[in-house]
Design a protein around this ligand. Structure first.
Ligand SMILES: [Zn+2]
Length: 490
């Protein structure tokens, strides 16, 4: 079998209804200061598959193929994941240039020679479940567990089961149910996985609690990367999208996660669209329905692309992605300071079936004026009542800028700034035109999300047109390559 054989061409051409698949959220990622894009979570992905209790993925290997260089001796066990601190070596190697480790370019199939040596191809990922710190966290564990200090094997406590309990800071301690631990961070490690629940969501792996200033807490789920991905794929993309699109999503999400393993003391990524949407193993929606965060299909997408990541000039890069670009993706560097040249503008009308390929919206002039005034005040300008709002002529493919005038002055504002300053959901993307009337401002725009990188709806269109997984990646990240992570001890 050659290297590409495991990446099956999409056979599934099934369409999804616009309504249920439009719930894809956009990436926010690390925006440059003052040029922030804002895409508050639209966490309404509803998965068609009912929850089925599945055995842990860990240790099962790739299933569809078994490359010899994936050394199963080093696959972490579910119970061990939480006790293994993220290796600094892994991300150092991944984010440093490794000439010679990667032999292929232009997205040729990744084979044995197209690989990166790392400590583990399936390292733990630390996912912040609480983008805003909380006063109290509700938590339960269905089965035996231990309490550790993160990164330390020392056992601070244990139990056979933890009924639903509140976790809160008390003095210099963290109290879990009735027990106080005089420490600023604790890790609850179930013996079996998945067994730990935070709020109404069940997670694989363990959960770390960090005490933060102001007597607040954050919760971080620590689990194997590939298990995390099995959920992210479903959280980010409907199961009805074609297989090639979902495999591309898996590779993009894996790369995004590993590229963020940069030694932050507490976590690597957020569980929301601020990084990538992650709904855990199973969750309960607003209507009380139990839904699968992770499914057989999501696991298959992770396994069939196991360890594969995108690289540019022998380095991992932040694989920004967006729900629907609306006709052309935006040059990454004009939005995100850390975007590499492979995250460049490409023409894409493959997303034209997305509901928000084109959109309209309106808001009264006073509210739009106020939003602009608030933004411009940060620069010391005193803006009056909006008279005109026009897109500035610029380089095609770059982030659009706008000229706003109150009749006395004309100011320049990035589309991302206008988007984040106006009420959430009004501007679906930074790409729009506006018409100012006496009463209201009418917006007409294209695309959904920040518009940078891999276009999720576009990948659906490309897959339906017969493009392969690697062709889709190459389309949105021109000049990038794919390689497979390989255990250094293998
Ligand atoms: Zn597109």
């Amino acid at each position: 079998m050659n290297g590409i054989a495991f990446l099956k061409q999409s056979r599934e051409m099934g369409l999804t209804s616009r309504a249920d698949s439009e719930e894809i959220t956009a990436r926010q990622g690390q925006a440059i200061p003052k040029n922030r894009t804002s895409m508050p979570g639209r966490s309404r992905v509803r998965l068609p598959e009912p929850f089925v209790n599945q055995p842990p993925v860990l240790g099962q290997g790739t299933g569809m193929d078994s490359p010899s260089y994936i050394n199963r001796r080093n696959i972490l066990t579910a119970a061990a994941v939480s006790a293994v601190p993220l290796s600094g070596l892994a991300w150092t190697m991944l984010t440093s240039s490794l000439p010679g480790q990667q032999s292929r370019t232009n997205n040729a199939p990744a084979g044995d020679s197209g690989s990166l040596l790392v400590d583990s191809w399936n390292p733990p990922v630390r996912v912040n479940l609480t983008p805003a710190p909380l006063d109290v966290i509700t938590l339960s564990i269905d089965g035996p567990y231990r309490v550790l200090a993160p990164g330390s094997p020392k056992i601070l406590g244990d139990g056979d089961r933890l009924p639903e309990s509140t976790v809160m800071p008390v003095g210099n301690a963290i109290r879990v149910g009735d027990t106080s631990f005089a420490i600023s961070q604790v890790e609850l490690v179930p013996v079996r996985s998945p067994a730990i629940r935070v709020g109404k969501t069940l997670y694989r792996g363990s959960v770390r609690i960090f005490r933060k200033p102001g007597n607040q807490l954050i919760a971080v789920n620590v689990l194997a990367l590939e298990d995390y991905l099995a959920s992210v794929i479903n959280s980010e993309m409907p199961a009805t999208f074609p297989e090639a699109a979902r495999q591309a999503q898996a590779i993009v999400a894996r790369t995004y996660a590993v590229a963020h393993m940069k030694g932050h003391p507490e976590f690597d990524v957020f569980a929301t669209s601020r990084s990538q949407k992650y709904l855990g193993h199973q969750y309960t929606d607003q209507n009380g329905r139990l839904l699968a965060g992770e499914s057989a299909s999501g696991r298959e997408m992770a396994q069939s692309t196991a360890g594969i990541v995108c690289t540019y000039q022998n380095q991992l890069f932040v694989t920004y992605y967006t729900a629907a670009c609306g006709g052309r993706t935006i040059n990454g560097r004009t939005v995100f300071t850390d975007a590499v040249p492979a995250v460049k503008s490409v023409v894409c009308d493959w997303c034209r079936e997305a509901q928000r390929y084109r959109w309209t919206g309106a808001l009264d002039v006073a509210s739009v004026s106020q939003a602009i005034r608030t933004e411009l005040k940060k620069n010391g300008s005193d803006f009056g009542t909006l008279q005109s709002l026009t897109q500035e002529a610029g380089i095609e493919g770059d982030l659009p800028y706008y000229l706003v005038s109150d009749g006395r002055q004309t100011q320049r504002m990035a589309g991302t700034i206008l988007r984040s300053g106006l009420p959430s959901g009004l501007l679906e993307s930074p790409h729009f035109t506006a018409e100012v009337t006496n009463n209201e401002v009418r917006f007409s725009g294209r695309g959904h999300g920040h518009g940078v990188g891999f276009c999720q709806w576009g990948s659906r269109g490309l897959a339906q047109a017969g493009r392969s997984t690697l062709e889709i990646l190459s389309y949105y990240y021109p000049g990038s390559s794919t390689v497979r992570l390989r255990d250094s001890t293998g």
